[in-house]
Design a protein around this ligand. Structure first.
Ligand code: PGA
Length: 250
């Protein structure tokens, strides 16, 4: 059985004060969350604050992005070993906002995946199609291309220490959630594609859904056999909403 994972992607939100309040809320409620693993991915400047507050709790934390490089003259970048040094367990790679706004290619994302994993972080590899691509009927090709960039570079065994998040771009931050059937169809496709290379890795791999997941739509999505958790944006900024989704994962 795969343990569900619910990860919050705070994106570029928060202040020292609001982060403190959110962490207090999460710590107060985490005891009621049964079987799901819970993680938060704050803006990197808040990672020390998150580490301080969450150390010794069951809540893990991670980075929203990671450099391809280990160290050196890369202004503004943060390396995987730095994230690890501050207790991170995870690093999101290839979020659609990075692919679009920062022009990150499949190849670059695969290198970030490799850097994160090489340092001992669990990469959360985001994949997903735009609305235009869905309407053209190329959803599966897009997800396959994004995943194959990692598989071809790192080999299928690399996914044993990783997580995939299927996030249809048209559902991110729009309030337009994929139907449980739409999401399940793509999740099953992704698992099948990985199973073609290694059935054991595919069986153990957690595939999260992301895109306007909220407490009131989480249960039906998470009930689907190939949906193993969520990557939560907007709803991860309110402790009550985020914990509500974590509870729905049980
Ligand atoms: P959303 O974001 O939950 O606000 O749609 C999800 C994500 O971008 O990971």
């Amino acid at each position: 059985m795969r343990q569900p994972l619910v990860a919050g992607n705070w994106k570029m939100n928060g202040s020292r004060e609001s982060v403190a309040a959110l962490l207090e809320g999460l710590k107060a409620g985490i005891g009621q969350v049964g079987k799901a693993e819970v993680a938060v991915c704050p803006p990197s400047i808040f990672i020390p604050q998150v580490e301080e507050a969450l150390r010794g709790t069951p809540i893990a934390w991670g980075g929203q992005d990671v450099s391809t490089e280990a160290s050196g003259a890369y202004t503004g970048e943060i390396s995987a070993s730095m994230l690890l040094d501050f207790g991170c367990a995870y690093a999101i790679v290839g979020h659609s906002e990075r692919r679009t706004l920062h022009c990150e290619s499949d190849e670059l994302v695969a290198r970030k995946f490799a850097a994160a994993r090489g340092a001992g972080l669990k990469p959360i590899l985001c994949v997903g199609e735009t609305l235009e691509e869905r309407e053209q009927g190329v959803t599966e090709q897009v997800c396959a291309r994004q995943i194959d960039a990692v598989l071809d570079r790192e080999g299928v065994a690399a996914l044993a220490d990783a997580v995939i998040a299927y996030e249809p771009v048209w559902a991110i931050g729009t309030g337009k959630v994929a139907s449980p059937e739409q999401a399940q169809e793509v999740h099953a496709f992704i698992r099948g594609r990985i199973a073609a290379r290694d059935a054991g890795v595919a069986e153990g791999l957690r595939i999260l859904y992301g895109g306007s997941m909220k407490p009131d739509n989480a249960a039906e999505l998470l009930a689907k056999p190939d949906i193993d958790g969520g990557l939560i944006g907007g709803a991860s900024l309110k402790a009550g909403d985020f914990l509500g989704i974590c509870l729905a994962a049980n």
